[in-house]
Design a binder for this molecule. Sequence first.
Ligand code: SAM
Length: 262
Amino acid sequence: MTDASSHGPHSSGDRSSFGFRDVDAREKVKMVRGVFDSVASSYDVMNDLMSVGVHRLWKDAAAAKLNPRPGETILDVAGGTGDMARRYSKMARAAQERRGGEDASVIVLDYNAEMILAGVHKGGEPEMSWSVGDAMALPLPDASVDAYSISFGIRNVAHIDKALAEARRVLKPGGRFLCLEFSRPTTGPIRAAYDAWSFHAIPRIGGWVAKDRDSYQYLVESIRRFPDQAAFKALIEDAGFKRVSVTNLSGGIAAIHHGWAI
Ligand SMILES: C[S@@+](CC[C@H](N)C(=O)[O-])C[C@H]1O[C@@H](n2cnc3c(N)ncnc32)[C@H](O)[C@@H]1O
């Protein structure tokens, strides 16, 4: 694993990272929005191509870890086209069929209307509702959700600490926080193979399929700029979460961070 101390904060003051460039935080908001406006229609196909389908297994593992239950309000932030929310809805319903209880409510929130529209078009589950909003200023009252998740979203947010503070604010006491994000491969050979794939193949595939090489170059660079497992765990603890655990997926290419709002 990369030494946590070698990665500075993702953003400080009004500066933030956009891929390997340091930009004004407000500029990052606009630039990231441009990336997802551009890739929304091909987003799901590209996810499958870039990860050779493995992102589905990672999402299954993350949903199992979140363990959605009947009657819960679950918020999926930066929810994009609703991949996690569909899983949560089906799992809560399956549990409800086994042991009864109220319907769950699963909110997909994303600040990009194009991604939400692509998700609505793809279809929802009865438990799901869609909302346009910002991870750094959630349009929800304090202590109003049982579980908060963010999957492949937080590295795009200009101020990670603000997003984590908002997660803490909206969670009820005893609520669960879960983040699925790209992380640092834990061994040299995995890192070498992954670097070759992501720096050489992914921008090319993005150019061919999404006709947008630059956006995929940004995505690859933003993964490298994101804090590693230990550094991100420390940020989550700084936001007030307890019993924070890390689960590496595919040798640390991605990781699940889970914590409790106690
Ligand atoms: C890589 S996609 C992930 C989508 C989905 N969660 C998934 O796992 O497939 C990242 C999403 O984060 C959203 N996003 C980026 N910054 C955001 C913010 N500040 N607030 C809400 N959504 C944001 C983008 O619009 C985009 O839909």
